[in-house]
Design a protein around this ligand. Sequence first.
Ligand SMILES: [Zn+2]
Ligand SMILES: [Zn+2]
Length: 332
Amino acid sequence: MLTETARGLYCPDGDFFIDPWQAVDRALITHAHGDHARPGSAAYLCTPGTAALLRRRLGADTVIETVEYRTGRRIGDVSVSFHPAGHVLGSAQIRIEGPDGVWVVAGDYKRAADPTCAPFEPVRCDTFITESTFGLPIYRWDDTAVVMRDIMGWWNGNREAGKTSVIFCYTLGKAQRLLAELAALTDHTVFVHGMMLGMIEAYREAGVELPEVKPVIESKGRSRASFGGELVLAPLSARGTPWMRRLGTISDAFASGLMRVRGVRRQRAYDRGFVISDHADWPALLQTISETGAGRVLATHGHAEPLARHLAASGLESGIIRTAWEGEPTGD
Ligand SMILES: [Zn+2]
Ligand SMILES: [Zn+2]
């Protein structure tokens, strides 16, 4: 039903690509992260939530058709529907039913609750294409409530020491999730890097409730010391830039599943690592694969080979799918 091509996963029966990494005639998009939604395609099909983010990323004149979750659509000789993936706003698994049975392309997904997007729904299928960003047994996430308590404790400690707390995180997904989780714990206004405002606004326009934020850029009249005690969210690209200077004495942290690994924490040299991920951890990958009932599982992104080996050892037909993106995952 789906074949690997130089431009990405292709469905000949429907003449479309899924998350192609080059421009194509028709692209079905699981979600708006940069390694899944590339510019230049003639037409895009995705959920309304993803469309709201794509218009910001790819420009207002991009041709985007939307389809609601769980709504079937005929394309060529196959029937296609989008189902919640729980990864970021609008994220979807794409189900394709055709002559070769039912396939599901999960895209990126997680099973932990996230107030900013619809929860993952398992979809029964014959062939399941799963992400494997964190496809190793070492990757296990704590409850979000535990992580948020750690963040609040760290922030309070920094405030008492007169330091500014800076959390580096992805601009699309993680920032909004943290803001929504923080809003449940504090009334204190959170500052954000100006680069984060666009996606926060896009979430709001799509109907996601987020607390008020203040951009650091508009607060530059403040003296250096006056950010002491505040919490600032910033994109990874801001680390080490002159922008940081206006924040005064800081304690910095990275919010990512990558922070599970001590070696990575040490190498990146953040003061703190908060293990909070928008991807499935190892137990969630295995649970999800089992819930799909799929007899064949193909793994892609990150640790595809160890996951495929583990599945083969437990009696499933398994394989891996190459990706043009072998670098660091987006939205980890
Ligand atoms: Zn993603
Ligand atoms: Zn991804």
